[in-house]
Design a protein around this ligand. Sequence first.
Ligand code: ADP
Length: 498
Amino acid sequence: MKQRLHIVMAASEAVPYAKTGGLADVTGALPQELAKLGHDVILLLPKYRSVADSGRRFRSIARLPIATAEGTEESEIEEDVIQTGFGDSTVRVWTCRHDRFFDRSGLYQEHGADYPDNLNRFAWFSRAVIEVMAYLAGERAWQTDVLHVHDWQTALCAVYLKTVDRHRSEIQNVKTVLTLHNVGYQGIFPGIQFTGTGLPSELFSPAGLEFYDSVNLLKGGIIFTDRITTVSPSYAREILSPEFGFGLEGVLRNRQDQLYGILNGIDSERWNPATDPFLAANYSADEREGKGACKLALQREFSLPEIPVPVFAVIARLSSQKGLDLLEAIIPKFLSYDVQLIVLGTGDPAHETAFREAQKRYPDRMGLYIGFDEKLAHRIEGGADMFIMPSRYEPCGLSQMYSLRYGTVPVVTKTGGLADTVIPFNQKAKSSPKANGFHLASATSESLLAALLEAAEVYRTKEIWNRVIDAGMRADVSWARSARFYEDLFLKLVGEEG
Ligand code: ADP
């Protein structure tokens, strides 16, 4: 029989308590999936102001002294219990309270400016994680087998366990896994703030947390953790190169043997075309008629002619990572064909302006909504024929997985999670049964235009197009699948000597 693991997951955000990005979706879903596999999981979060807005009820369970470089303060630990819906399995969610640090309107920043004490805030939280594990072992006879931390905010936990806390018997055997969700964000602070970590000064060196005279928390985590994962196998390879490693490629190469890529899954209840309440009609891989009604409703919503031309869509943060300048450059050419384009996004004002101007020029070919609207995102996934994602880099990406599930064929750059989830259609071998989308030959406007026109061409042969849609809708992009990879990694790690 497999071992029932005691897993502590420590993160700076998780759905439904606090969210700024995809990390929160992972830490919201993965603990529940691991619990469904039979493991005992506790999720630790800072008690932000937003935790109260989640509508979840917490009860106080302990007060623990947390010692940092700034002194010792007690923290109230509060508990919420989530029923996973599978048997009687549950996940315990514990928040660690420190109002001066976390009772704020933002998680990491306000009005676009990072909080100046972010190092101290997350060093404190990382210390709290260590003390909670010591408390669990000492007071509740619950020994943590695996501590799973995420991104720079909790990377210090791995450093503490292997350095200043390595002789504490109650937590000595804890194995650590650090997941990198986006290596572009590393937790870099002025060198003078190093004392805030509470670590001995010899660790502020190039072999430790020093990074060009600054402190780099993610670097510390990468050096000291037992295992590293990223959110797709391709991204795990890419971050070993200067183009994607953002200066940490050398450090990552040193730990290459302990680095694994595990794809994220999607929330397959919230993103299910068969039950999605936001769609004009529901449909599934077996009963696809409803998608036609969704398309007509979408064309009407954006005042586009209700004609049977392919509808291409973009839903994205308008940031340079997403490569939308490649699309902007070819809009006049692209829209000279019999196609329609719908864009939903907000972000970089330069992109917003470019899309606004294009929409004014081609009102009967292009629909645009500048803003963030989750329901509209569902309606677009439901109604569009193709989804455009020309990202420069994409650690995993969720939108292309939603698109697959919604029968909206993705056209993507061959990078990171996009390369791992979208299997390209091959013109020559028209029979490739697994093909579920299109790859750009390279990240250029010319390649994007070629891929879009190729998709538009294949769209016209209904029999082949239907096969591409079918392969996508039947692909397994569930969390259940991903969680088994994490389980396997954790079990192997715990089974190791030492
Ligand atoms: P990233 O996390 O880098 O932004 P992902 O593809 O992993 O990219 O996830 C993006 C998520 O955000 C998707 O669920 C997408 O539908 C959603 N999204 C992005 N922009 C918008 C928007 N303007 N309105 C609604 N949803 C959006």
